[in-house]
Design a protein around this ligand. Structure first.
Ligand code: ADP
Ligand code: MG
Length: 537
């Protein structure tokens, strides 16, 4: 049977002011396929999806959708509600759940929102059909619908659980259930695996295959090549808003796809040799002993962590977001009070973030928007924010303006900060370029200890590679790097020693570095206790 297109985009363009985010894109989604959209950060993937989902309206071009009765008609979604009525569901990169309500209550909300619209196109879900006849949804209806769908697709979740108590993986399930509850036949999943551990990704793929077998069409967005190759039937590649490739999965190799994505050859950095064994080094740079730190909700975020880093090595901490990594980094940086235990840096005990920095610690924070750059300051000012920089520049003159400008210009050139204009406010730069400012400022000082938290998040491939090179240069210079990242590939690529952080606990996993499955187990904290204990030596 020839596959029909359930969704078609013709020459769709979206501009924001002068900027063309999506540029005359043709795209077709077939019934029952998993269609991957691959593209670098900023390629226009989310924008394209938001156009389909009615969050944005196209500046030009048309979108067609085949409705439940098989009629092809033009989709002019003014809001997500219109898209939902047409059978389109979307799970966003950032979830849209009410944290203080239960799963069932969240389901009730979304069902209620679209009820009138979908009543014209009744769903196949029997509980939903039954509930539609009623004046308004009751909680029991929502619980019933949730249970029925959970069962059908293996999306186990407790309907009465408060959303805020759920793990990220479970929240994602609730989002998928919400889409299924209103009988979405087209499911858009925007970077769904970004928040999952390797194990959860496997489970998630099983669910996708069930949805596919059920005849639903899925758009799977990712910038991770391996995942795209393993789950999709067809691949569309976007580059700078343009569709540059469409073909069946397997037609191009990962390398060829990468070239389509970035328009040139990509090479990964290589870490040469392993750092000296711990037993051979006496020089601890960072030493944590029985460190316990509370999080913002007063919960124990870091639990009894002990570890040390040495010169000439990169120590990696892998883990799924929200397992205490942020609190650990903040405690080391003197930005967060520790409950108990000690943090020693080069055999001293600096108090407060200024003292920590003066001891020679650089910091690439997770959240560059609030802690990395000062948006209203110029690029130059941001680059030179650091005390040490100012001291270097003020060496023979009271803040020699020329030297200040030269230093900034050099950093702008070295780190390829765009646009290369020191005088404009940092706010005018894209997220990736703001990140380059932070990197330039923190790495160029060659700190004895560099704490990098998700340093390549939001960067394009070349910029990410540049960051990796810089971290390795620090290692060559016999500095110490603590790399905390949710990108397992990145941690594996760069780290001499490897830890996994899960629920506040730190577990050494260097011996497991070639065993993704074991690492995944450690990351989800699902590991049987014996394994964990054996590793934590
Ligand atoms: P992707 O999802 O592929 O990473 P996006 O679709 O989010 O990319 O973004 C594509 C480009 O459009 C980026 O350069 C981004 O900065 C820009 N962009 C996205 N949304 C807006 C908006 N609302 N206003 C202005 N620019 C935007
Ligand atoms: Mg996106």
């Amino acid at each position: 049977m020839e596959k029909e297109n359930i969704l078609e985009l013709r020459n769709v363009t979206k501009t924001f002011g002068d900027f063309v985010a999506v540029d005359s894109v043709d795209f077709a989604l077939q019934t029952g396929e998993i269609h991957a959209i691959l593209g670098e950060n900023g390629a226009g993937k989310s924008t394209l999806m938001n156009l389909i989902y009615g969050l944005y309206q196209p500046s030009a071009g048309r979108i067609y959708v085949t409705d439940r009765e098989g009629w092809r008609r033009r989709l002019r979604a003014k809001s997500p509600r219109d898209a939902i009525v047409s059978g389109i569901g979307m799970v966003h990169q950032h979830f849209m759940l009410v944290e203080n309500l239960t799963v069932a209550e969240n389901m009730t909300l979304s069902l209620g929102q679209v009820r009138r619209g979908t009543a014209e196109n009744p769903s196949e879900n029997s509980a939903y059909k039954k509930a539609l006849g009623k004046f308004r949804f009751k909680k029991e209806d929502a619980i019933h619908i949730t249970e029925e769908l959970s069962e059908q697709f293996g999306l186990a979740v407790d309907p009465s659980a408060l959303v805020r108590t759920l793990s990220v993986g479970l929240k994602q399930r609730v989002e998928i259930l919400k889409a299924l509850a209103v009988d979405a036949r087209i499911l858009i999943l925007d970077e769904p695996t970004a928040v999952l551990s390797p194990q959860e990704v496997e489970g998630f793929f099983t669910i996708l295959r069930k949805l596919q077998a059920d005849g639903r069409a899925i758009i799977f967005i990712s910038h991770k090549m391996k995942e795209v190759l393993s789950i999709s039937d067809r691949i569309t590649v976007l580059r700078r808003g343009k569709k540059v490739y469409l073909g069946p999965t397997g037609e191009l190799t990962a390398r060829e796809l990468a070239r389509e994505m970035i328009g040139e050859e990509v090479n990964e950095v290589e870490r040469s040799g392993n750092a000296p064994l711990e037993s051979e080094v006496s020089d601890n740079v960072l030493q944590l002993s029985n460190l316990t730190v509370r999080g913002s909700r007063d919960e124990i975020a870091v639990s009894d962590v002990s570890m040390a880093t040495h010169r000439g090595e990169i120590v990696g901490i892998a883990g799924v977001d929200g397992n205490g990594q942020r609190e650990l980094a903040e405690a080391i940086m003197g930005l967060r009070h520790s409950e108990s235990g000690t943090i020693s840096i080069l055999d001293t005990d600096p108090k407060g973030t200024k003292a920590v920095r003066q001891r020679g610690v650089g910091y690439i924070p997770e959240d560059r928007q609030t802690t990395g750059v000062i948006a209203s300051f110029s690029v130059t000012e941001n680059l030179l924010l650091n005390v040490t920089h100012l001291e270097n520049i003020a060496h023979w003159n009271v803040l020699n303006q020329k030297r200040k400008r030269n230093t900034a210009e050099q950093l702008i050139a070295d780190y390829d900060i765009r646009p290369p204009i020191g005088g404009i406010p940092a706010a005018a730069l894209s997220g990736g370029n703001q990140q380059k400012i932070v990197l330039a400022r923190e790495i160029s000082l060659q700190p004895d200890l560099l704490i990098a938290v998700n340093p390549t998040r939001g960067l394009d491939v070349n910029a990410a590679r540049y960051v990796h090179e810089n971290l390795l240069v620090q290692r060559e210079r016999k500095k110490s790097v603590l790399l905390i990242s949710t990108e397992l590939d990145e941690v594996l690529l760069l780290s001499d020693r490897l830890f996994v952080m899960s629920r506040g606990k730190l577990i050494e996993a260097t011996a497991q570095r070639d065993n993704i499955e074991a690492l995944g187990l450690l990351m989800t904290g699902e590991t049987d206790k014996d394994l964990g204990d054996n590793l934590a030596t």
